[in-house]
Design a protein around this ligand. Sequence first.
Ligand SMILES: Nc1nc2c(c(=O)[nH]1)N[C@H]1C(S)=C(S)[C@@H](COP(=O)(O)O)O[C@H]1N2
Ligand SMILES: [Mo]
Length: 166
Amino acid sequence: MKHPIFAMVLAALAAPASAQSLALKGPSGQAVTVTAAEVAKLPRVSFVFDAHGQKHTYEGPLLIEVLAKAGVPTGKALRGPALAHAVVVRASDGYAVVYGLAELDPGTRPNRIILADKADGAALDAKDGPFKVVAEGDLRPARGARLITSIEVVNLGGGGAPLSHD
Ligand SMILES: Nc1nc2c(c(=O)[nH]1)N[C@H]1C(S)=C(S)[C@@H](COP(=O)(O)O)O[C@H]1N2
Ligand SMILES: [Mo]
């Protein structure tokens, strides 16, 4: 390998998917970087998503399981003021999508929202990857942000106290 630039390009092309990462910001400002290898270790879910008649099987962890690494309330803690948390998903092309934290919770609603890192059994390609949020059951693919680079959880300031039965 005589030419240094050629060697660098080859090294970049050969970089493993685990070199990819995602910047998380939690509701109290916690900054956490999650690598593709860490995402790959979380429990995995898969389902078919139909985008304008094109069906693909997406696979990855529940998005809320990823956000738990940045301290979001989950399970029984996802009540009261936590219901006023917004999840802002940002992509490298400037696209952004907002979800409500509670809709990511499998105990709140059945349709799953995942951080997909695979489609049809293969790692996402350069057009979609390394990560794409896929919302099961959405009737159109607009909320399915691809090319995701960061996710921020913002507390919009709900002041209500949780009731004992919520
Ligand atoms: N990063 C990113 N994700 C995006 C978009 C975009 O412009 N940028 N467009 C959305 C919209 S409106 C649609 S219809 C689908 C289109 O996905 P496709 O290009 O894979 O068909 O991606 C969604 N996710
Ligand atoms: Mo769209």
